[in-house]
Design a binder for this molecule. Structure first.
Ligand code: DOR
Ligand code: ZN
Length: 345
């Protein structure tokens, strides 16, 4: 049986949700991840240090005994965010990044930004405070096709922001296109990207062929296979600008399989490192998995790498059909299907 031992990985982008859902999400993430960058898109948005402190306490209360899992908090940038919030956040030691959602781009983005240009004083303060900016990179313009929204965002907004603030740390989250890969490759060392397991494993055919499948509906949406291949190439290249961020985003079954509109988000936290291992193994790049999952994100965020290790073995197991999620069910990616790597307990 083949084994691979890695420095304990981290998840640089996850949705833990709140209250009765925390038990599920944290149990799964804490199974093998050392740390996770926790997204602030609750309702109301986590947009100030006080709210993040309280949310952090609720998360910590759900961490299983004996786990060293550390949630790394972020704040949501709204049109009301002031430079003082950045300074307070940076002095708090609790906040590791700010998240920019264009208003209407995704789940719980209503409090997001209508006019990115108006944020330049915020970016200026973030740059000075060395506070990273996580970006959901999609325009919401009605006339722009949903498959083009990431590429248009990069040209219209991200390139100008990165040019104006060359020392600002920017993480283009959950990239989905070859345009995003090219942008990150050409940008300076302050610009990086996270890549999800589901965007590496799937393309839009998985979502659309043989019937519309809510399981795969996430934002930015899955693109065509040439983009999937560009992401695989980037993730497995050993380039430190690309690192692991699951964007594991649970929604109750009733919200996903809903005739009035499917909630955007795919859940992978129950098997994330195993799913990434499959992708890397398939292209004979398992030797590149540790950098992607355990080194590059920590280095980019200026945090120490985890001190301990985990081992995965090539061992088939059946992904759960469904998971308990509060009073509802959660259908995870690979439900009822074989997963070929497994973290040793
Ligand atoms: O698919 C997604 N789900 N993309 C996001 O950007 C947000 C997330 C969520 O919160 O459900
Ligand atoms: Zn996300």
């Amino acid at each position: 049986m083949r084994n691979i031992t890695l420095t304990r990985p981290d998840d640089w982008h996850v949705h833990l949700r709140d209250d009765e859902y925390l038990r599920r999400t944290i149990t799964d993430s804490a199974r093998y991840f050392g740390r996770a960058i926790v997204m602030p898109n609750l309702v109301p948005a986590i947009d100030n240090v006080q709210a993040a402190t309280e949310y952090h306490q609720r998360i910590v209360a759900n961490i299983p005994d004996g786990s060293a899992f550390k949630p790394l908090m972020t704040l949501y940038i709204t049109q009301n965010t002031r430079p003082e919030t950045i300074i307070e956040a940076s002095e708090s030691g609790l906040i590791h990044a700010f998240k920019l959602y264009p208003a209407g781009a995704t789940t719980n983005s209503e409090a997001g930004i209508e006019a990115i240009e108006s944020l330049y004083p915020i970016f200026e303060t973030m740059q000075k405070a060395n506070m990273p900016l996580c970006v959901h990179g999609e325009v919401t313009t009605e006339t722009v096709d949903i498959y083009d929204r990431e590429a248009v965002f990069i040209e219209s907004y991200l390139k100008p922001v990165c040019a104006a603030f060359p020392a600002l740390k920017v993480i283009l989250e959950h990239i989905t296109t070859s345009e995003a890969v090219d942008f990150v490759l050409k940008a300076n060392d302050q610009v990086a990207a996270t890549i999800t397991a589901h965007h590496l494993l799937f393309n839009r055919n998985h979502m659309l062929v043989g019937g519309l499948k809510p399981l795969y509906y996430c934002l930015p949406v899955l693109k065509r296979n040439i983009h999937q291949n560009a992401l695989i190439k980037a993730a497995t290249s050993g380039n430190s600008k690309f690192f692991l961020g699951t964007d594991s985003a649970p929604h109750p079954k009733s919200a996903k399989e809903n005739a009035c509109g499917c909630a955007a988000g795919s859940y992978t936290a129950h098997a994330a490192i195993e799913l990434y291992a499959e992708v890397f193994d398939k292209v004979n790049a398992l030797d590149k998995l540790e950098g992607f999952s355990s080194f590059f994100g920590a280095d980019f965020y200026g945090l120490p790498r985890n001190p301990d290790r985990i081992t995965l073995s090539q061992e088939s197991w059946s992904g759960p059909d469904r998971l308990q999620f509060g009073n509802d069910w959660l259908i995870p990616i690979r439900n009822g299907e074989t997963i070929t790597w497994k973290v040793k307990p």
